[in-house]
Design a protein around this ligand. Structure first.
Ligand code: NAD
Length: 354
């Protein structure tokens, strides 16, 4: 009868169930746990297969595949980035992904990853801010108040204890939505009318704008001594956020240089401009912040290991099956070599053959 075995029915986390998971655990707890999971995986960086993501660029956006493996688990994410999508009522970034067993090659978890990407991106910014920003930081500017912004704010609050956020977006309605969405979340939010105003008193700034062009979201005069910058919106060739002069006088920290030199803000610099790999700061082999005056830049583009960590975290969270549906995803004939026989047995079952 070709009854699928347990391994052939793949647990799937739908958008609805991801929302239920976030609701049940609390978003701050999810972000803090994810930050710890990503940090733990970064600390064992040499265990992973690594490659820059495979990107298919078009005039309006990019579609990317992001694979990695630690030899036991394999994960990939499908993700797009289309800044003009919002005009058509669509998301800039959407994603789904798979976690598979290296031993059998069978998928073990299939999930929506639009929400999970927002969570892991915020958890990554927060993990890096925890490592590099001045420990006393309480105020952050958030430039670009779109889909990622609330997650970024809650990540900085839950993981780094930042309490005050100064928001700016070229579309005031985006800032208004962000503030309305975060009501009751125990963060102080101030709407600002310019980047300059948002930067007043900020010890940390996260730029998360979307525009497929070389932008100057931050100019050099706005960056004071000791600032930590999370630049996460410059994540594609021809798409940057920071003025080159800021980069030239900062210490720059990256996920995977081979990918960041193509996609990050450092695409504006010489290919051998010195950068520090974050995993080495996290495992103590390289220095992070060494002085109070130092400007630190996290040139974040999003790396496959962050998605791998997010899928590992998710697998733990949904292990009891309450938030998954089983998908008939893998053809699994009773005799593994008789794949074609499935088609014949189907025809018989469907009454279409003698
Ligand atoms: P979004 O389109 O929902 O929001 C972007 C916001 O930026 C919009 O509200 C827009 O009005 C605002 N904006 C554009 N230009 C601006 C400017 N000059 N000054 C101030 N605000 C400006 O996009 P999103 O989903 O929030 O993503 C934000 C960015 O983060 C995108 O570029 C996306 O590609 C990137 N991203 C990076 C990662 C990563 O891992 N590094 C992950 C997810 C998304």
């Amino acid at each position: 009868m070709d009854t699928p075995s347990d391994k052939a029915l793949v647990p799937f986390v739908s958008v609805e169930n991801m929302l239920a998971l976030i609701y049940e655990h609390g978003i701050g707890t999810c972000l803090a746990e994810l930050a710890d999971m990503i940090e733990a995986d970064f600390k064992r960086w040499p265990d992973f297969d690594k490659t820059p993501r495979v990107a298919s660029h078009s005039k309006l956006g990019v579609i990317e595949l992001m694979p990695t493996s630690d030899g036991a688990d394999y994960a990939f994410k499908f993700v797009n980035g289309h800044p003009s999508n919002t005009k058509a009522g669509l998301q800039t970034v959407t994603a789904f992904g798979v976690l598979a067993s290296v031993e059998t090659g069978y998928p073990e978890l299939f999930s929506e990853m639009t929400l999970l990407t927002a969570l892991r991106t915020a958890a990554t910014s927060a993990m890096v801010t925890r490592a590099l920003a001045p420990k006393s930081a309480k105020t952050a500017a958030i430039i670009g108040n779109g889909a990622q912004s609330e997650f970024q704010i809650l990540g900085l609050a839950a993981v780094c204890g930042i309490t005050d956020f100064r928001l700016f977006d070229i579309e005031p309605s985006a800032t208004g939505r962000c503030i309305a969405n975060l009501e009751g979340q125990n963060v102080n939010l101030t709407a600002c009318t310019s980047t300059e105003e948002a930067m007043e008193g900020a010890e940390v700034v996260t730029t998360c704008t979307a525009d497929k062009s070389y932008q100057t979201i931050l100019t050099d005069n706005l960056v004071g001594a000791g600032l930590h910058i999370n630049a996460i919106g410059g994540d594609c060739p021809g798409k940057t956020e920071l003025h080159r002069d800021i980069l030239m006088r900062s210490d720059i920290f990256v996920e995977y240089p081979e990918q960041t030199r193509i996609e990050g803000d450092i695409q504006q610099l010489d290919p051998d401009h010195p950068v520090t790999e974050l995993w080495q700061v996290l495992n103590g082999t390289r220095s992070g912040r060494t002085s109070a005056d130092q400007v630190t830049v996290f040139d974040g583009v999003g790396f496959a290991i962050e998605d791998f960590s997010a899928m590992r975290w998710l697998r733990e969270k949904v292990a009891d099956g309450a938030l998954t549906e089983l998908l008939d995803l893998i053809a699994d004939p009773d005799d593994p070599r008789d794949l074609f026989g499935m088609t014949k047995r189907y025809a018989i079952r469907a009454g279409k053959a003698a």
